[in-house]
Design a binder for this molecule. Structure first.
Ligand SMILES: Cc1cc2nc3c(=O)[nH]c(=O)nc-3n(C[C@H](O)[C@H](O)[C@H](O)COP(=O)(O)OP(=O)(O)OC[C@H]3O[C@@H](n4cnc5c(N)ncnc54)[C@H](O)[C@@H]3O)c2cc1C
Ligand SMILES: Cc1cc2nc3c(=O)[nH]c(=O)nc-3n(C[C@H](O)[C@H](O)[C@H](O)COP(=O)(O)O)c2cc1C
Ligand code: SF4
Length: 642
């Protein structure tokens, strides 16, 4: 049998789950401000159940309004929310999935706007990342939050959920009590290890007491905080058996908190798949209840091996569920080529949610979060539509058009499709970016959509052929401000360097410390070329708060690369770059100067289309140079609307 371990059923305290694939909790921002479940959230979750996953754990659900992590977090803080919550298990059961509600209190990891007042925490120490002031909880408040968890678990049961998960991980309230990093109380809830464990053990015991012995309850923990001054895996190995004694039926083994360098709780592409399974194994060695492993496991084959090896009893696939809701059914059928893989870029999901304050989606799956809008309508009159440009925007548009029945042709100037995703996949750890290109090409092949490579569409051809409609997905070309010396032989564009069109020479200077510049520096350092990056801004444009940003900065620093900020380039000369800093003019020697200073949209065909009165839509970088997310989502939307 294919995937014998992953596809085997498992029973947790009387709840039998059809397979060991778990969708872990993922905050979406699809809820409503009053804590109720929106249609958007419901259909999104049901779509994942339809895809074959055995157990679906909802996103965070607040047990108390003061514990809300974001304004539209769903809630279980009052009985009136039960009918709304009940819609979730009802929808998931229709597809044979079990439903668990994740009970949450954010503690200090929130904002006053979400918590509707000053956030509360074990100690009045503001979050190191969010910086939001908070106040220390009184003993009365501690008792009432314990009661709130117990009452919320009872509401979950009344709503028809099969289980609850207590959120004890990722630096939220329960985790905050466990950690000497955030808990500096000197009463019975702080100080000694025993005291730091007390709150969590009391929450577990209260929940167990209130829901009774036969309702599955488990806890999600960060097995190791991986921060200076935090707790470690050995601590969690001491706590885990006590959690079981207090009443949990399973342990969900995550890792890291908000301040963990490299955001390992939601590890990016720079971290190895399955990197956290060793901690699941360590917890399994000290408890006799099922352990759920998680952490950059997106391939069901890896999950199957991990379960077979005894690392974990079940595996959570987080972001992979956003990228492709059907991946479990596809894997079960052996159709791996059809799976749209999550590349762990974090841009469309967690970074959008946390840094852009927008609802989560997936950069590579434009339908994620839009499932409630239903499938695309078939075209009333199939038309001959040309897509110009086979970058992500053009390929996404072509797939949507073809699915609706249009007669689509794609034209690409370069020798192969992919657009900027080809150079984007060259820096270290970014090869996965080509996974989506390969996946989309297979989808287009199934629908017999021709892609004409090495074919530049020009005005004459448009005049002669007159397609019924055109998608202009011509992307963007590198551009740079006018700096004397840009035409010298030592100067090359980052894309050409990444594509191997330019032989790297040492030392190199990269102009611009945005993602393209930093990744090109990373690429050159991997080839052992010494690199200096010059950036005009006084602070790094790539923040170390994102997973990829953290590792990029670290690799460049560890590799001996230098990032010079506040550096205004004055001129490029035959042997280096002259630039100005506050302290005076400087010269940086270089045998290669790489420009990574921006791009300009390529739209030369727009005027032709206007003249010919051919309807057209501009999408992706052709609108303005941005990211894969905008390219794929705009391309897809245009394909739905033509
Ligand atoms: C090094 C690098 C790293 C990047 N990393 C990331 C990242 O990590 N995350 C992220 O979100 N984004 C990243 N980007 C940006 C991302 O790749 C672009 O935003 C995205 O590719 C834009 O897609 P597009 O389809 O609009 O345009 P493009 O990818 O530029 O594709 C346009 C295509 O149109 C073709 N074309 C143009 N004119 C014609 C014509 N007349 N006839 C036929 N074909 C034509 C071009 O040859 C090109 O292949 C990166 C970019 C680079 C260069
Ligand atoms: C957008 C997003 C929201 C998340 N929200 C939650 C959450 O509400 N509760 C939680 O315990 N973990 C949350 N996580 C962490 C995931 O459950 C999971 O542990 C993490 O993504 C690592 O798994 P993966 O590598 O399979 O994606 C979130 C992750 C993402 C990407
Ligand atoms: S946006 Fe990136 S990390 Fe998030 S689910 Fe999509 S591919 Fe994965």
């Amino acid at each position: 049998m294919h995937l014998p371990h992953l596809l085997a059923p498992i029973t947790i305290n009387g709840m039998t789950i059809k397979n060991r694939a778990v969708m872990p909790p993922m905050g979406t921002g699809y809820g409503s401000a009053d804590g109720t479940v929106s249609d958007r959230l419901l259909v999104y979750l049901a779509r994942r159940a339809q895809g074959g996953t055995g157990l679906i754990i909802t996103e965070v659900c607040a047990v108390d309004t003061r514990g809300k992590g974001f304004p539209n977090e769903i809630g279980a803080w009052k009985d009136e929310l039960i009918p709304s919550l009940a819609r979730i298990p009802e929808a998931l059961h229709r597809y044979g999935a079990k439903a668990a509600l994740q009970l949450h209190h954010a503690g200090r990891e929130t904002f006053a706007a979400a918590a509707l007042g000053m956030p509360e925490a074990p100690s009045a120490i503001p979050s190191a990342i969010l910086g939001q002031p908070c106040e220390a909880m009184s003993l009365e408040r501690i008792a009432s939050v314990i009661d709130a968890f117990a009452a919320a678990a009872v509401r979950a049961r009344a709503a028809g959920f099969d289980a609850v998960e207590l959120h004890g991980a990722h630096g939220y309230l329960l985790n905050q009590f466990l950690s000497p990093f955030s808990n500096q109380r000197d009463d019975c809830y702080g100080g000694s290890e025993e005291n730091r464990m007390r709150f969590v053990l009391e929450v577990v015991a209260a929940v167990r007491r209130t829901v009774g012995p036969d309702f599955p309850v488990w806890i999600r923990v960060s097995a190791d905080e991986l921060i200076k001054g935090g707790y470690d895996l050995a601590f969690m190995q001491r706590l885990a058996p006590r959690l079981v004694a207090a009443g949990v039926d399973a342990i969900h083994c995550s890792v890291g908190v908000y301040s963990t360098p490299g955001n390992l709780a939601i590890a990016g592409m720079d971290t190895e798949p399955g990197f956290n399974l060793l901690r699941a194994r360590a917890l399994k060695s000290v408890v006799d209840v099922p352990v759920i492993g998680v952490g950059r496991v997106n391939d069901p084959r890896l999950a199957d091996e991990a379960i077979g090896r005894g690392d974990a009893d079940m595996i959570s696939f987080g972001r992979q569920h956003l990228a492709d809701p059907d991946f479990i059914n596809k894997a079960a059928a052996g159709s791996y080529d059809d799976i749209r893989w999550c590349v762990a870029c974090n841009q469309g999901c967690i970074e959008r949610l946390s840094f852009e304050m927008k609802s989560a989606t997936c950069s590579f799956n434009p339908e994620c979060g839009r499932e409630y809008q239903g499938p695309a309508p078939k075209a009333e009159q199939p038309q001959r539509v040309w897509v110009i440009g086979a970058g992500p925007a053009g390929l996404a548009a072509a797939m949507a058009l073809a699915a609706r029945g249009h007669r689509v042709e794609v034209f690409e100037r370069q020798g192969e499709p992919g657009g900027q995703l080809i150079p984007a996949s060259k820096p270290p750890h970014k090869a996965v970016f080509m996974d989506w290109v390969r996946w989309s090409l297979r989808q287009l092949e199934y629908r017999s959509v021709p892609i004409h490579c090495g074919h530049t569409v020009g005005a004459d051809e448009l005049k002669e052929q007159r397609p019924a409609a055109v998608i202009l997905a011509c992307g963007a070309l590198p551009s740079a401000p006018s700096i004397p010396g840009l035409d010298l032989k030592i100067v090359a564009d980052a894309r050409d360097v990444l594509m191997g069109k330019i032989a790297p020479a040492a030392p190199a200077v990269v102009l611009g410390a945005g993602y393209v510049g930093m990744e090109t520096a990373d690429f050159l350092l991997a080839l052992r070329i010494p690199v200096t990056v010059l950036e005009m801004l006084p602070t790094p444009p790539v923040t170390k708060l994102t997973a990829h940003g953290y590792w990029l900065h670290k690799r460049i620093k560890d590799g001996g690369g230098r990032l010079i900020l506040g550096a205004e380039v004055l001129a490029i000369e035959a042997t280096g770059v002259r630039y100005r800093q506050a302290q005076g003019d400087q010269f940086e020697p270089a045998a290669l100067v790489v420009t990574a200073m921006g791009a300009t949209s390529e739209n030369s065909l727009e005027a032709v289309l206007k003249d010919l009165v051919i309807p057209y839509r501009r999408v992706g970088d052709a609108v303005s140079p941005r990211r894969v997310l905008e390219a794929i989502h705009e391309g897809h939307r245009a394909g739905l609307e033509v």
